[in-house]
Design a protein. Structure first.
Length: 142
């Protein structure tokens, strides 16, 4: 009888530990998901990752890609002022683009001109970027 009670007690302890770990994982997941909301401001976060959806295009003189329903995944890299842009639909990425904060919630590419700029805020992404005969565009929201 003592062996049966010991096994039952071990099973009960194991089940309680698994239940506790499950609850702990649920709380962690909910916290993580709520901290990465659409209201995150790329200008004010040390870490930023967000997907913007809308029209995108690319042209390098031989290849031309244009999509009305494309996406751009934007990430802030470790430097704190540089961002990467991963385009959908086979459009090459833009990496290591440096930004400066303008106003309260907007980032503008360093060296922006009337014909070459990238502008990011918490809701909109606007790109008209030319380099080495290649041109990327985006007019997207998140």
């Amino acid at each position: 009888m003592k062996i049966t009670n010991l096994k039952s007690k071990k099973n009960s302890t194991f089940k309680n530990a698994v239940r506790f770990l499950g609850i702990l994982m649920l709380v962690f997941s909910v916290t993580l998901l709520t901290s990465c909301s659409r209201d995150d401001d790329p200008a004010d976060n040390d870490f930023f990752a967000g997907t913007y959806n809308g029209s995108i295009s690319y042209n390098d003189g031989t290849t031309s890609i244009s999509k009305d329903n494309g996406s751009v995944f934007v990430t802030k890299i470790a430097s704190g002022t540089k961002y990467n842009f991963r385009f959908s639909d086979g459009i090459p990425d833009l990496n290591g683009v440096e930004f400066e904060k303008t106003g309260d919630n907007t980032l503008v590419m360093v060296g922006s001109t009337a014909t070459s700029y990238i502008r990011i805020d918490n809701k909109d992404l606007k790109i008209l970027y030319s380099k080495d005969g290649k041109t990327w565009t985006a007019n997207a929201v998140r």
